[in-house]
Design a protein around this ligand. Sequence first.
Ligand code: ADP
Length: 583
Amino acid sequence: MKKQMLLCNVGIILIGFVAAFLTATVLVQNQYQEEFTNRLNAALAVISTQEDEVTRHPQQLALQMGNSLHSAGQPMRITVLDRMGNVVGDSEKEDIRENHYDRPEIVQAREGGYGYDTRRSASVGVPFYYAAVQLGSGYYLRAALPLEDLERTIRKMWLDALLGVLFGVIMVSIASSLFVSWLSQPLKRMSEAAKKLSRGDFQTRVRGKFNHEFAELAQSFNQMADNTENAVELLRTKQDQLEGVLQGMNDGVLAVNDQNEILFLNRRACSLLDCPGLKAGDKLDGSLLLTRLADLLAEAVRTGEPASHELSDLPEDQKYTVYTAPMDGQKTPAALAVVTDVTRIRKLEQLRSEFVSNVTHELKTPLTSIRGSIELLKSGNRDEETRRYFYDVLDIEAERLHHLIDDMLVLSQIENAKEDPSMRPCSVGEALERCLERAMPLTKENQVQLHLDASPDLYVACTPTRLEQLFDNLITNAVKYNVQGGSVLVTAQKQRQTAVIRIRDTGIGIAKEHMPRLFERFYRVDTSRSREIGGTGLGLSIVKHLVALYGGEIGVESVPGKGTAFTVILPLAAKSGADDSLL
Ligand code: ADP
């Protein structure tokens, strides 16, 4: 740019110089020519005054005039021709026997006035500028100036002018270069700033002082840079927010183009699809799950319709829903997938439906029995003994219903509780003693021996009724699922900072395959026996939730036919105190 400006500038000025040089040189040359003509004319005019001498002594006059002019510093050749054009006198050479009648200047002079010509002299052999005039006597007077002088002068003039032009061009080039550099400096600074801006340095600005239009240009540039920086900042913030939302989502989000290349994906997508290394730009394949997802996305691209799918045959019984939709506004066709892990929801749904069917079943059984008994009581005359029997059945079934509803209520209270607000230090020994007392009628009925060996001063943070409910369930089970003449040993000891309560019986035991589901609601090992002895199937579930509520653990060991031992570990609390502080 700078170079072009410089060349342009110098070129224009050079053209001007050359034009001026040519015009001036031609003008000066004409001036010289005119001056030469005037000198010749003047000489001829002066000599013409001596017309008599010209005709009588032409040679002498020519010589005399030639010498006079020479000494006056105006060297000139003077020639006299007679009427026929014969040379009769010449200041340079005598006895020239030549006829110049047809010479151009003589022909012109004969026609009247002065005649001129420029040519090489045949007699002297050098070029001359001739001027001739015809006198009244018919003689011709001719004056000639050697052209050498004129040519030398003109040559010198050309040379001087050329040197002048050369000097001028050099000076103009230097001046132009400085001027162009001064002129292009702000442009250069702005161009550098623009380059930085285009490379992504949005904080760049043009600083310093600018003159005139450049100041406006610099201001506009800085304004534009401000706007660009703000726009980019806004975009970045929005992108960060979007990225934050996407990365923070509990659902996996990913998008692919029609070449199955990943456009973006969030961390959750990587973990759900079990491919931590997957990143934007990769192909969506490499595992069965990824290939299935790629197929669903390809379908969304092809049909242009959103769709929902459920993937269920996944490892570890996982279940995903996949929502696919085409993405608008992309350069190439693309589709988006939102992958949601619905394993827990489906499990809960399944548990809920199982729970409903279990509750219905549990309620239906005693209700059927109650309705049957009532029907039988209503129909016909029954003797007193039969009536009493049905009243007993009604009593037992109503009691069973009562138990069931009670247990369900307790379970619903503790199931989702995070903590017990009425917790306080409770004596484990005292709670166990009360439980054993309550279990006495049942032990007698089942002929089971019950022993207690509890360390005093064992305190745990609980609500006393809840703690007793926990022990009641385990002790009652140990008695219920025992054998005639069997025994139950309840121990409570301190181990580190915990109270370890163990209820060991010599009962029927539990087979290994039942262990994993033992604490589930309504799960019974032997359904008929449990019902027979009035079990609801909720006891162990209540125990499990109570232990969890008080931050403890529960374990079970059993040998079928030999007995079962439940171990409850609860964190110890201070005996009592104003602040009820936990240990
Ligand atoms: P239920 O009301 O039927 O006793 P639980 O939840 O208390 O319900 O017990 C679930 C099942 O676990 C029982 O039906 C029984 O089959 C089995 N079980 C519980 N405790 C014992 C034990 N000490 N010995 C043998 N089996 C037991």
